[in-house]
Design a binder for this molecule. Structure first.
Ligand code: BGC
Length: 755
């Protein structure tokens, strides 16, 4: 196996700088804190001969534009929402005796970039031999603070090893760049236009600041950067932003340090401008070392709670930790911002939030940082009004339909067959609400938000489906798209019917819990949403009557028509024709028995009690043979079921590809940003796949299997206020209660009490 970066436990090191892989490394070395996101761009921004994707983002800050349809029709999504590439403050251009540092031209040796997963800092070191005969040793550090939402910082240390030079340092806050996009790739069609316009620039001593406004969506974004260092400087506002220019004459043995504090703020339509706040934030910012210390303490606590370990496969371990680190960096933390498919690492998928959040990412936080999982659900709750409105547009008198893709809650999916038709999004959110409730027992959440989400989503399924005479009076759900986007607008997609059934049952159960536990809140909710117990009786009836397409020779059809589609053996498709969505018309794909991603397999994991081991084995083999894994969300799921059914070889192969998908650019599009759902999928693969973790009747249960190549593995989970460490090797599993009260769990079906 050819790994892109050396295998190390806690860091990603780039030893051999590759001009032609700059864009990929910019994603890998991205830093973020749930609000600010910075791609791992070089301080000097460009390098001759290299393509770069410059990026700085603020979670939740987007611009809108009407979607232009060739043939519009009733109810189509109206507006694009696209994450803004905001002004850049990380750049710092070095010039020595008139020569500008350029990785494509300059004589640079010992170049190294290191992303430290425990320190949360990106460090770049190199030695620059200038044309004028001076040797400079440079170290640049960058962090986006995980403890101060508006702050980022950089620190430059420079030493003159030999010769002398006149050095110029140019630090700027530059206006937003034109968004990157590829109109031919549906996964990255954003961009085309400058979305932020400058509305103010300011210089106060060593502080420079810039303000911009979005064209249509009413956001104001401000960014201030303050400089500390004993360097003579001038600062000015020009047409290309604001810049601070420092000059120093260096002799052999001299050294120099420059710190830059960066503060970003954003305000929405009716909020006061954030201009002053950004400048004050900068002024009051702790120095780089203090921020670095806090960053380390924050991450130490995180890794202590969420630690994962594998003995015997360091490449895997590196991938897992890298993934978890990036998820933590990108996830929104305030209940108003979510996590985009690419997090805050790139503009792929326009910064949209999908089912990726509830089906993949939320479980990771639920068991490592439950408070963050709650925030993600709070975000959905705040978007309930738009989801209700969307349901009305879609012809449902009651209930809510959450958007397939969005930033602020409005449906932005222009291609409804693989967008709005994916009504399983409601079931995914409902599933997450219930799992959150199961794992935390947070009654306040259930009564304030959870039950309402469950009721409104159940109403949607109750209205979409009906008791069909043709299916012996069972409850059917027709014309939907399941998770697998290569089979659209199908009848009775097993995954969708499964999450719908669960949603209907749990909505009824949640109302009962509220009635018993908090009658006042229950009464208020009944009035608010016009709920009556007859409605819950209907939900129960629909759930009990839910139809599932019958197995044919043991194969469960993914939907009513799946097995009737034209076979398309994967071996017959040339490698260069993948991913299929880039080479075949949708209709060609939809007519064939081929899958983009795990769909039925996911149903078999989430609703595993409904299937026998025999059925799981048979269906795993079958769906494995018809799935292209063109979606990065697929492999981790296959790995989980493979582990459960004892296909350990397959489980490990899928797991490894999924764990290192972005580190090794396996999907060839890491440049557009990292694949957050896949990253989460590997954590789920570890815990649910190899750890066999499930919740059974409210009890946490494990059935660990340690693959032969590993010596052991361990992970920690938070459950109902406890932190439990699970350790497994070839002799069996052991459990440690790291904090919290005694608890009984199930280990391979047997109760074990931890105290
Ligand atoms: C997948 C979806 C996913 C989206 C964003 C698509 O390729 O098919 O399941 O939600 O990417 O990650």
């Amino acid at each position: 196996m050819n790994y892109r970066y050396p295998i190390e436990a806690w860091q990603i090191t780039e030893k051999d700088f590759q001009l032609n892989e700059l864009r990929e490394s910019e994603s890998v070395f991205a830093l973020a804190n749930g609000f600010i996101g910075m791609r791992g761009n070089l301080e000097e921004q460009t390098a001759t001969g290299a393509e770069t994707i410059q990026g700085s983002f603020l979670n939740g800050v987007f611009d809108t534009e009407p979607i232009v349809y060739g043939e519009a029709a009733y109810g189509y999504a109206k507006n694009h929402e696209t994450i803004c590439n905001v002004m850049d403050a990380k750049s710092l251009i070095l010039e020595a005796d008139g020569e500008r540092l350029d990785m494509g031209k300059s004589r640079v040796t010992e170049h190294q970039r290191v992303l430290d997963l425990r320190g949360g800092i990106l460090t770049r070191r190199f030695v620059w031999e200038t044309k004028s005969g001076c040797t400079l040793k440079v170290e640049q550090k960058r962090l986006v603070s995980l403890t101060h939402r508006n702050l980022a910082a950089t620190a430059l240390s420079l030493q003159c090893l030999r010769g002398s030079c006149r050095l110029t340092l140019e630090s700027a806050v530059r206006p937003a760049v034109i968004a990157e996009g590829d109109p031919n790739d549906p996964r990255n069609a954003a961009g085309k236009d400058r979305r932020l316009l400058c509305s103010g620039a300011e210089v106060q001593g060593a502080m420079i600041a810039l303000q911009q406004k979005t064209k249509n969506s009413g956001f104001t974004v401000s960014c201030a950067a303050d400089h500390r260092g004993s360097i003579a400087f001038t600062a000015e506002a020009g047409k290309d932003g604001v810049s601070w220019i420092g000059k120093a004459a260096l002799q052999s043995g001299d050294s120099l340090r420059l710190e830059k504090s960066i503060c970003y703020t954003a305000s929405g339509k009716d909020e006061a401008d954030s201009w002053e706040e950004a400048m004050n934030g900068c002024r009051e910012a702790p120095g780089f070392d203090k921020l670095a210390e806090e960053q380390r303490a924050y991450l130490d606590a995180f890794w202590e709670r969420a630690g994962i370990d594998i003995e015997g496969d360091d490449a895997l371990l590196q991938g897992l930790r890298f993934n978890l680190f990036h998820l933590l960096q990108s996830v929104g933390r305030d209940g108003r911002r979510n996590i985009a498919a690419k997090g805050l690492t790139g503009e792929g998928y326009e910064g949209h939030t999908f089912w990726d959040t509830e089906a993949y990412i939320l479980p990771v936080f639920l068991y490592t940082e439950p408070e963050l999982a709650r925030k993600l659900l709070e975000y959905r709750y705040t978007t309930l009004p738009q989801a209700r409105e969307r349901a009305r547009v879609m012809g449902h008198p009651k209930g809510a339909l959450f958007p397939w893709r969005t930033i602020d809650g409005e449906e932005c999916s222009a291609y409804f067959p693989a967008g709005t038709a994916q009504v399983h999004i409601d079931g995914d959110i409902a599933h997450a609400v219930w799992e959150y409730w199961q794992a935390t027992g947070d009654l306040a959440f259930l009564s304030e938000m959870g039950a309402e989400i469950l009721a409104e989503t159940a109403r949607l399924f109750a209205d979409i489906g009906f008791f069909s005479e043709e299916k012996n009076g069972r409850f059917v759900i027709n014309c939907v798209t399941g998770p697998d986007e290569y089979n659209v607008m199908v009848n009775n997609n097993v995954y969708t019917n499964s999450v719908a059934e669960e949603n209907l049952r749990n909505a009824a159960a949640a109302m009962q819990i509220l009635k018993a536990e908090c009658p006042r809140e229950y009464a208020a909710l009944c009035t608010k949403i016009g709920f009556s117990e007859e409605e819950a009786a209907f939900w129960q009836k629909a759930a009990e009557g839910m139809y599932y397409p019958p197995a044919q020779d043991g194969i469960v059809p993914q939907d009513d028509g799946f097995l009737a589609r034209k076979p398309w053996p994967l071996e017959s498709i040339p490698a260069e024709k993948h991913p299929l969505l880039m080479h075949y018309h949708g209709l060609t794909i939809y007519r064939h028995m081929v899958c983009k991603q795990a769909d039925l397999i996911l149903a078999m994991i989430l609703f595993g009690d409904r299937y026998t081991e025999e059925e799981k084995k048979k269906n795993f083999a079958f769906y494995d043979s018809v799935t292209t894994h063109d979606s990065s969300l697929s492999m981790a799921v296959f790995s989980i079921l493979a582990a459960e059914i004892g296909e350990i070889r397959k489980a490990c192969d899928y797991f490894l590809s999924s764990a290192r998908l972005d580190l090794d650019n396996i999907h060839h599009n890491t440049k557009d940003g990292l694949h957050m759902a896949n990253m989460a999928g590997t954590w789920i693969g570890m815990t649910r796949g190899f750890g066999g973790m499930r919740i059974r009747d409210g009890m946490l249960s494990f059935a660990p299997v340690c693959p032969p190549e590993w010596e052991s593995f361990s992970f920690c989970v938070c459950f109902r206020g406890r932190i439990i460490r699970v350790h497994a090797d070839h002799s069996g599993a052991s459990y440690e209660l790291k904090s919290g009260d005694a608890i009984t769990i199930l280990s391979c079906g047997k109760p074990v009490t931890l105290s």
